[in-house]
Design a protein around this ligand. Structure first.
Ligand code: NOJ
Length: 555
């Protein structure tokens, strides 16, 4: 493994920045590995698994929020942006993790949540205690209500987790007062980005983590920070953008942030969380003086369908080419149904009908086969690739969580309609044949915070899969190792080859070729090719349904 200092020297001799073709592993800290036995994943647990990530062959880890948080939204409700939650460890441990990662050749990207904080953040506590019109309240969006007695919310915006996006305040005597805006849960008040003090605070937070050696930031709901002046109702609001997102002013913020990270040595990076369907609007965030990369969610949302995937790939390549940014490929994350489950359903489209998606039949063998093929597809496409913890083990969504154990605020906020995202956040199985499958180490013996691992995960532990020929983990390890070694992979061009409509077939420089059969019948493999890797068994010279191969031209 090359240390980052050596890599930096190689890079300065002319190769592309690392992030243009990186493989990045998402850690959801609560559920990755518990180092002290209290049932909650933590920084000590992540540190203990760095060798596992090195062996997996990723270049960096993105760590979902680990800051001080009441965990009203799994850590995306931050009470102190400059410290680690005691349940996860200490700032000193986080610094040690960043340094150890660098020693091992692993970069660290931290999660920045600039749209909202926690209602326990001291600035929001002060705002609640202060009078309407005060400078404390001007850091957030406080407004009087509408209607008699101000009993109605200031506008008609809906929170993403359900219900109005406004919460009414009450004074110490319980008398109702102003309302405040929260685009997510009421425990997550939105910052007022028109206020220079908010801008200054986040610039300082960026520097705080850059000074501790982080290699980049994932930006939560990138397009939400600036709201349309006057906070107009969305009913009757014509055209784009919605009044709560994608406002012009947000780009100025990112230009200023870019100047800050570029003033630091090394190649630090932003990755935008951007659920934007319009390719031209999407690309605006990736202009050369703004953010370098963004998650590519259209791939995650598409069905297991060759025509749809081909369109998504083409649209992705062309939208990114507009601004010279490298695409990224994402199959799952902590907000979405795990793709083994999605691809195991008759209708494989990821949809936002979260109520409707539960309880639909799943064929896990089918989903697993397709997930293996999808991994080789995404690893072979131009740009960067993300692996969500447990993807590499072939984990599926846990859909039978008892209602009383559900933690995701969407469950309550949707009036118990949307069962939420807990099913993709179940603590990882590491070893052994009994639950909790080695999730916890250390002296404590508390059960996992979400104690619902399926018994069948005994065959999906990292230990069981490690070294097992044909396992999901070994496919990921081999695929990522080859991807790193293959000069034509990562950033760079690709070329579609003529193929049957249900087959994705493309080449990359150096004679590399990827074929994925999404059709109902096997297709012939080309001659004069060496087989580098297959996602499943081949049928002589035929590529079976739901299987991918990597080949190299031999003539
Ligand atoms: C996106 C995050 O990925 C999600 O987990 C969170 O609930 C919302 N943003 C609000 O922060």
């Amino acid at each position: 493994m090359t240390k980052l200092t050596e890599q930096a020297t190689e890079q300065s001799t002319g190769s592309q920045p690392w992030w243009r073709g990186a493989a990045i592993f998402q850690v959801y800290p609560r559920s990755f590995m518990d180092g002290d036995g209290d049932g909650t994943g933590d920084v000590a647990g992540i540190r203990s698994r760095l060798p596992y990530l090195v062996e997996l062959g990723v270049d960096a880890l993105w760590i979902s929020p680990w800051y001080v948080s009441p965990l009203a939204d799994g850590g995306y409700d931050i009470a102190d942006y400059r410290d680690i939650d005691p349940a996860f460890g200490t700032l000193a441990e986080a610094e040690a993790l960043i340094a150890e990662g660098h020693e091992l050749g692993l970069r660290t990207i931290v999660d920045l949540v600039p749209n909202h904080c926690s209602d326990q953040h001291p600035w929001f506590r002060a705002a609640l205690a202060a009078a309407p019109g005060s400078p404390e309240r001007a850091l957030f969006h406080f407004r009087p209500g509408r209607g008699p007695g101000g009993d109605l919310p200031p506008n008609d915006w809906q929170a993403h987790f359900g219900g109005s996006a406004w919460q009414r305040t009450a004074d110490a005597e319980g008398r109702p007062g102003e309302w405040y805006l929260h685009m997510f849960a009421p425990e997550q008040p939105d910052w007022n980005w028109d206020n220079p003090a908010v801008r200054a605070e986040f610039e300082s937070i960026l520097r705080f983590w850059l000074d501790r050696g982080v290699d980049g930031f994932r930006i939560d709901v990138t397009d939400h920070l600036v709201k349309e002046q006057g906070l107009p109702d969305s009913a009757g609001h014509h055209g784009r953008p919605d009044p709560w997102r994608d406002q012009e002013g947000v780009h100025e913020i990112y230009r200023s942030w870019r100047a800050i990270i570029d003033s630091y040595p090394g190649e630090r990076v932003f990755v935008a969380e951007l659920w934007e369907n319009n390719p031209a609007r999407f690309a605006r965030y990736l202009r050369p003086d703004e953010l370098q990369t963004a998650f590519n969610f259209p791939l995650l949302k598409s069905a297991w369908d060759a025509a749809e995937l081909r369109d998504v790939i083409d649209d992705t390549l062309s939208s990114h080419a507009l601004v010279g940014a490298p695409p990224t490929w994402v199959l799952s994350n902590h907000d979405t149904t795990r793709h083994v489950t999605r691809y195991g359903r008759a209708d494989t489209t990821y949809d936002f009908d979260r109520a409707g998606r539960f309880g639909r039949p799943v064929d896990l063998d089918l989903g697993t086969r397709r997930a293996r093929a999808a991994a080789l597809l995404t690893f072979a496409l131009p740009g960067g690739v993300y692996v969500y913890q447990g993807d590499e083990l072939g984990l599926w969504e846990v859909e039978d969580i008892p209602d009383e154990l559900r933690q995701d605020p969407t469950w309550v906020r949707s009036g118990h309609v949307d069962r939420g995202r807990d099913g993709c956040r179940v603590p990882l199985p590491w070893s052994g044949t009994e639950r909790p499958f080695g999730f916890s180490a250390g002296d404590g013996d508390a059960p996992p915070w979400l104690d619902v691992q399926p018994a069948a995960w005994k065959d999906r532990t990292a230990a069981a899969e490690s070294g097992a020929p044909g396992s999901h983990l070994e496919l990921y390890r081999t695929g990522l190792r080859l991807r790193r070694a293959e000069p034509g992979l990562g950033d760079g061009p690709m070329e579609w080859q003529p193929s049957a409509p249900d087959v994705l077939d493309f080449t990359r420089p150096g004679g590399f070729r990827c074929m994925v059969n999404l059709g109902a019948t096997p297709v012939a493999l080309p001659g004069q090719s060496e087989l580098l890797l297959a996602s499943g068994p081949l049928d002589g010279g035929l590529l079976p349904t739901d299987t991918a191969v990597w080949l190299r031209r031999t003539e």
